[in-house]
Design a binder for this molecule. Structure first.
Ligand code: HEC
Length: 99
């Protein structure tokens, strides 16, 4: 007869509750954009269809942001050539990969 050492059960319970706590309270994406150059362009261009939190929770490379902005343009976002770079720089500076 082998009995499971109680310490393993304790660790198991601890992990289970930690995972549960994480699921119950995910860190919400900030509701507002980080202030800085280009913020206004993003605010005006990108929050027409969805809240800023759609953007602030993301962390993408410049290339990925570029692809995403292209997708948004396909969905109907109005981005002038001049604003494209401003928006892309703002996004990759504030919501870059690894930030
Ligand atoms: C014409 C409306 C419209 C505009 C303007 C718009 N989007 Fe979107 N966006 C959408 C729609 C529709 C979705 C998909 C929503 C969903 O999946 O529930 C979306 C989704 C997203 C997502 C989530 C994508 C994912 O895969 O998780 C991000 C990030 C995003 N938009 C960023 C932007 C940015 C940055 C801009 C400004 C350049 C922008 N959006 C402008 C319509 C728009």
């Amino acid at each position: 007869m082998s009995r499971r050492p109680p310490i393993l059960i304790a660790i198991g319970l601890f992990c289970a509750s930690a995972i549960h706590a994480q699921n119950a309270a995910p860190t919400p994406a900030p509701a507002t954009l980080t202030p800085g150059a280009g913020m206004e362009a993003v605010q005006t261009t990108c929050t027409v269809c969805h809240p800023a939190a759609m953007i602030t929770g993301k962390h993408l490379t410049r290339q990925q942001w570029s692809d995403l902005v292209d997708q948004m343009i396909n969905k109907g976002a109005q981005v002038s050539d001049e604003n494209y770079d401003v928006i892309l720089s703002y996004l990759s500076r504030n919501y870059g990969a690894g930030k």
